[in-house]
Design a protein around this ligand. Structure first.
Ligand code: PAD
Ligand code: ZN
Length: 360
């Protein structure tokens, strides 16, 4: 089959080849024919070493498709089912799953580094985060594929598998944005735009989007931001809208120490700062011992939008169906797998919200 492979960390291009195979479908696993896959910044972060990834690897983790084979013991899925791939499956039985934090489930974590479900030239190779949706076919555990209604277009469904779940979940799950509140979103890519849409759905009265790309600011307004400004204009906007007190909620959706600091500084005392972006392990952020006490801000991260995927994937698609969550509008470019390296260039220049690769 065709797949896009990362050969080494630091490579600036993926190798699109047609000699990749999948290993046999073993007990408890399913094989999916991928129909659509979004291109997320985290794919780029796997290439540059920000996110750990065993190599060589098939990248891609935001996908949807159709089940074409089920292993022994699989109960919840059948051949022909339409599914969204989940890159961090939730087992439903561990302490985190039963304590209402299924996104922290570690049951399948090691599989990503130990269980290679692709082969290249007969040698086993891994898929990013246990997934690898930049491929025509993919094997995941049963818990890594969530069944959806057959009438949902695959391109729309694919986005729910990462960017939309993460951005919307940051707002709905990690911070529970309240009606009438003020919200700051720094970084308006696919994840940030999803956070903006969710903030509007939750009833935020003021939603300020920050990005340095003009087109992103235009899009942010189309998707629900009440104000959209360049980083250098944030202080003046905060002064005008909050009297300089800061926002009830601030979301960092870039993955850098300086924007994390900006998000914290622009959160009001007692407010909540949520770190959504994935930054580098060596990029340190500093806080004074006094300010952490005095400001009483809630500073937290969010992994995969703190999702309960069996609840949230259908919930997000219900919001899409009701017209409140615009997923088609976020797809600013459609392409095929051969154009994957162009997709990374377009993402870095800021000319797209989300790009979706489709397979025939
Ligand atoms: P993207 O590249 O599409 O968007 C990032 C946006 O940030 C772009 O519009 C940039 O112009 C903008 N930006 C860059 N630097 C700055 C700055 N200094 N100030 C303001 N804006 C800036 O990325 P994405 O939306 O796909 O992903 C965003 C982050 O979320 C990225 O770090 C990704 O790895 C992370 C992510 N986290 C999870 C999770 O589980 N927490 C899941 C998926 C993605
Ligand atoms: Zn992602």
């Amino acid at each position: 089959m065709k797949a896009a492979v990362l050969h080494e960390i630091g490579a600036d291009k993926l190798d699109v080849r047609d000699d990749i195979a999948s290993s046999p479908v073993t007990d408890g696993k399913v094989k999916i024919r991928i129909k659509a896959t979004g291109v997320c910044h985290s794919d780029l972060s796997a290439m540059n070493g920000t996110i750990p990834c065993p190599v060589p690897a098939v990248l891609g983790h935001e996908g949807a498709g159709e089940v074409i084979e089920v292993g022994a013991g699989v109960k919840s899925l059948a051949v022909g089912d339409h599914v969204v791939v989940c890159w961090s499956p939730q087992c439903g039985h561990c302490k985190d799953c039963v304590n209402g934090k299924p996104h922290l489930c570690m049951t399948y974590m090691m599989d990503a580094f130990m269980d290679a479900h692709f082969t290249m030239g007969g040698e086993p190779i891994f898929g990013m985060a246990g997934a690898g949706t930049f491929a025509e076919e993919l094997i995941v555990p049963e818990d890594g594929a969530i069944k959806i209604d057959a009438d949902v277009p695959f391109d729309v469904a694919s986005l729910v598998g990462c960017g939309v779940m993460t951005g919307a979940g940051a707002v709905m799950n990690a911070s529970k944005v309240q009606p009438g509140s003020s919200v700051l979103v720094i970084g308006c890519g696919g994840v940030g735009i999803s956070a903006i849409q969710a903030a509007k759905i939750c009833g935020a009265a003021k939603i300020v989007a920050v990005d340095m790309v003009d087109q992103k600011l235009e899009w942010a307004k189309q998707f629900g931001a009440t104000h959209a400004v360049k980083p250098e204009d944030l202080s003046a906007t905060s002064l005008a809208l909050t009297g300089g007190a800061g926002f009830d909620y601030a979301f960092e959706v870039v993955g850098r120490s300086d924007t994390i600091r900006t998000a914290y500084d622009n959160t009001k005392r007692g407010g909540t700062t949520v770190i959504v972006g994935v930054g580098r392990a060596e990029d340190m952020v500093s806080f004074s011992a006094f300010e952490l006490f005095y400001n009483e801000k809630n500073l937290r991260g969010t992994y995969y939008g703190s999702a309960n995927i069996r609840r949230d994937f259908p919930l997000l698609l219900d919001l899409w169906r009701s017209g409140q969550l615009d997923l088609e509008g976020m797809i600013t470019r459609r392409l095929n797998l051969e154009q994957i390296n162009d997709a990374f260039a377009a993402m870095q220049s800021g000319e797209v919200i989300r790009q979706v690769i489709t397979f025939d």
